[in-house]
Design a protein around this ligand. Structure first.
Ligand code: IMP
Length: 179
């Protein structure tokens, strides 16, 4: 059993890099099939999705582009306080078929936000590809379209996901050991 310590916490390997990479190949094949003949824009959400996006995108055989955006928080002037906005757009995405690439869908709040902001940009359609999905924590309305692995509602790191900024470089996904 592979274990690792990040800062003050112990993590145990949950999904090996071989299994992850095989699953990403399958996801790419599904996307290649579903979008055959179409021009697709992949949109990676930074920071967490950068590794998954790279591995997925290099197996895409479509006429495709990729771009990355980041969710930034700022103090809004409305009553809800902090507002999150997607930043880093550098192209016109109207009428594009967009595949959003996420590292993990947890509560689904981030996903709702991304949907909302993409819809105002008049894209042709939007689908979500996520490496990990926590159905037990999810309270959104529209589930992700391409899911690598459904996982329990526990904290995980690795393959782009972090604990306090660390652990993104682990080639496998690790879950927190509860002590
Ligand atoms: P949401 O709850 O679906 O909005 O997820 C928001 C973000 O929280 C994700 O994009 C991740 O960056 C982060 N996140 C959620 N669960 C985990 C986890 O288990 N490990 C590391 N980051 C997580």
């Amino acid at each position: 059993m592979k274990e690792t310590v990040i800062k003050d916490k112990k993590f145990r390997e949950m999904i090996s890099s071989d299994v992850i990479n095989a699953r990403i190949r399958e996801m790419a094949e599904m996307i290649n099939r579903d979008y055959e003949g179409k021009d697709v824009l992949f949109l990676g959400i930074l920071n967490g999705a950068f590794l998954f996006a790279a591995e997925l995108f290099r197996q895409i055989k479509l006429r495709a582009r990729i771009s990355f955006v980041k969710l930034a928080s700022y103090e809004g002037t409305n009553s809800s306080g902090s507002v999150k906005e997607l930043i880093g757009w550098n192209e016109d995405i109207s009428n594009m078929h967009v595949v959003v690439i996420e590292d993990i869908v947890d509560t689904g709040n981030t996903l709702e936000l991304i949907y909302g902001q993409l819809k105002t940009r008049k894209v042709a359609d939007i689908r979500i590809a996520t490496l990990l999905f926590k159905p037990g924590a999810y309270n959104g309305t529209q589930a992700p379209d391409y899911v690598g692995f459904k996982i329990p509602n526990d904290f995980v790191v690795g393959y782009g996901l972090d604990y306090d900024g660390y652990g993104r470089n682990l080639p496998s996904v690790y879950t927190l050991v509860k002590e």
